[in-house]
Design a protein around this ligand. Structure first.
Ligand SMILES: Cc1cc2nc3c(=O)[nH]c(=O)nc-3n(C[C@H](O)[C@H](O)[C@H](O)COP(=O)(O)OP(=O)(O)OC[C@H]3O[C@@H](n4cnc5c(N)ncnc54)[C@H](O)[C@@H]3O)c2cc1C
Length: 604
């Protein structure tokens, strides 16, 4: 069975998105031999899809901004469940990481006096998102990729990790297969960094790419690591909803940042109808003030369309439920109206939102400079993930690090837009630095051949069952429907209990999945192997959500619609128990240091 090449690295980074590449660059700069594995192509990770920008308190557009305001905004957005140390480091270090990216060749949009331009985004008090039109992720990946290649990274493309390998308690590498030929490869490494992104493919309506099957979350869990805050899934308020083939594709928050407004069927700007108390003092109470804010008036407050995503998504759901939605079950997002306010309006919209213009023109035959878009919520991001140390990004398993979307902590109960790209840069760098340090200060690893054999046997089992087994696609479809319908934007106890029962049945079906054909580029096989990961993250989400008997951030309970202060003192953590079953615990949040508590109080 165990006929395979073994490839040695000091640090193995799994994932070539923004987080993985930044980690790899950093580890290499500390003199370690670094390998990067990606299940797609270099330059094609999910990060490439990021649109609106990267949040960093540089103060280029509004000099009242500072790390302290960014920290307070991030904590308020996360409803104080954040790992405050991560929120502090993130706010302090993001500007340096963006400037560094510019030094490496990233071309951001500019202010009139030649500095990096920053735009408004939901939940950020001041214009804070450095951007390249609405194609920021592409520029970020391009820059990191170019820089990384010159650091001598060893890149393994179209290679999927199926299991992590151990040397005793410590992580020792990974078993993977190449997608082209289906051949196994063993990677031996002194430290491993997981940077595998999110879980959106556990839901049927999602803005996420095919890569988001929760692999890193599940690989870490199976390797003994803890997952944290898994109940917090972000449903972005604005995804395309029509035609059905494009349902879920993201409509960037940048549209609202540029002055786009949300209206119901009756043409009413319903977001003014319900502004949460903790945002009232920062939110415009009339349309004119909201417009002035989007145009840079420092005395104006943000329009309610730029409240946090969890709130905006729920308000849209309410309009639809109460019969004031658009024809295809969403609401309208209108940017065309700004033509009355800005010179050369249509050209202005195309320049500010080039991808949105083309996306709607080509996919929905809508000209956004003339007509409103029809939009609705879409599964977008997971705040929950691998539990890590705030400074080093090491998980609860020695030698196993995690950064980017697959790690938890920074965003608490809800992520602010733009805070992911800065998360990738800040904590990618930290993960790379500390993984390199771990590799240098801990000796060589020994790989257990039995673990490799077990991994291969598991991966090849679907071929033994062949065409007579269950279809992987049907199981995946049933899982996505279960999560969408029963553990979605609005949750209730009986639905989540039903979801857990359904997931149990799906686990059994997944064990019977069979795959016809051979190992060469066989998408049925790839889907069969994704199922284990999707099932683990779905169960973690459902179990954690069931236990959180309150509403907070991305988690909204119909049966407990209010926030309960008692639930604000701990994070939910799941681990694999001795018996193989998922066990959930409460981990108290350490008290805030006085200095940080004072900042939050001051900014309230
Ligand atoms: C449409 C869209 C727009 C967005 N816009 C913004 C924005 O403007 N600002 C912002 O801050 N955030 C934005 N986000 C969120 C942000 O893009 C993501 O959170 C972020 O890019 C995740 O980066 P990452 O490095 O963690 O993962 P990714 O970029 O997804 O990289 C994951 C990598 O892991 C690899 N991988 C996964 N599993 C395996 C496996 N088993 N074996 C090997 N490799 C594996 C993948 O191939 C990939 O290379 C947006 C998201 C979407 C969907």
């Amino acid at each position: 069975m165990s006929d395979h090449p073994t490839i040695d690295h000091d640090v193995l980074v799994i994932g070539a998105g923004g987080a993985g590449l930044r980690a790899a660059i950093e580890a290499a700069s500390h003199g370690t031999r670094v390998g990067v594995i990606t299940k797609s192509l270099l330059g094609k990770a999910h990060t490439v899809m990021a649109e609106g920008g990267v949040a960093a308190a540089m103060g280029n557009v509004d000099d009242r901004d500072s790390w302290r305001v960014h920290f307070a905004d991030t904590m308020r957005g996360g409803q104080y469940l954040n790992n405050w140390r991560m929120a502090e480091l993130h706010a302090k270090e993001a500007p340096a990481r963006v400037n560094e990216l510019e030094k490496w060749g990233a071309l951001f949009d500019r202010t009139k006096d030649g500095r990096i331009l920053q735009r408004n985004f939901g939940g950020h008090r001041y214009p804070r998102l450095a951007h390249v039109g609405d194609r920021t992720g592409l520029e970020m990946i391009r820059t990191l990729q170019d820089h990384g290649i010159h650091e001598g990274l060893d890149v393994h493309m179209e290679c999927t990790v199926v299991t992590l390998l151990h040397d005793g308690e410590r992580i020792a590498g990974a078993l993977a297969y190449d997608r082209e030929r289906g051949r196994f490869k063993v990677f031996r490494a002194k430290a491993v960094v997981l940077a595998t992104g999110g879980i959106g493919r556990a839901y049927s309506i999602s803005s996420n790419s095919w890569e988001y099957t929760g692999d890193g979350h599940a690989l870490a869990y199976l390797a003994g690591a803890a997952l944290q805050d898994m109940e917090f899934v972000q449903f972005h308020p604005t995804g395309m909803i029509w035609p059905p083939s494009v349902r879920g594709i993201l409509v960037t928050e940048g549209v609202r940042g540029e002055g786009g407004v949300l209206k119901n069927r009756d043409g009413r700007r319903f977001m003014f109808d319900n502004i949460p108390d903790n945002y009232k003092s920062q939110t415009a109470d009339n349309e004119e003030e909201g417009w002035r804010y989007t145009q840079g008036d420092k005395d104006a407050r943000r329009p309610p369309e730029l409240l946090t995503r969890d709130h905006v998504a729920r308000m849209i759901v309410r309009e639809v439920k109460e019969g004031r939605g658009s024809p295809h079950g969403g609401v309208f997002l209108d940017i065309a109206w700004i033509k009355d306010r800005v010179p050369n309006g249509a050209e202005h919209i195309k320049k500010k939102l080039p991808s949105m213009y083309h996306q709607f023109k080509q996919l929905a035959n809508i000209d956004i400079t003339n007509e409103p878009m029809e939009i609705g919520p879409t599964t977008h991001y997971v705040m929950g993930g691998i539990r890590v140390d705030g400074d080093t990004q090491m998980s609860t398993v020695p030698g196993l690090f995690a950064c980017g979307e697959c790690a938890a902590g920074l965003h608490g109960a809800n992520r602010l837009g733009g805070n992911s790209l800065s998360d990738l840069l800040v904590f990618g760098k930290r993960a790379g630095e500390y993984a390199a340090q771990f590799a240098r200060t801990n000796g060589d690893v020994r790989i257990d051949e039995r673990e490799i054999d077990d991994g291969m046997q598991y991966a090849l089992a679907p071929f033994d069952r062949g065409a007579s087994g269950e279809s992987a696609y049907q199981v995946q479809d049933a899982l996505q429907t279960t999560m969408q319908d029963l553990v979605g934007i609005v949750r209730a106890q009986h639905e989540m209990e039903q979801a857990l029962r359904e997931l149990d049945k799906l686990k059994q079906r997944a064990e019977r999945v069979g795959v016809p054909g051979n190992r060469e580029y066989n998408p049925g096989w790839h889907t069969a192997l994704d199922l284990r990961h999707l099932l683990i993250v779905s169960e973690a989400i459902a179990r954690s959500a069931l236990e959180r008997r309150e509403s907070r951030g991305g988690h909204f309970r119909d049966d407990f619609p209010d926030k309960d202060p008692a639930f604000g003192t701990f994070n939910h953590v799941v681990r694999r128990g001795q018996d193989g079953a998922m066990a959930l615990e409460r981990e108290p949040i350490p008290p805030l240091p006085a200095e940080l508590a004072a900042i939050i109080e001051e900014m309230k």
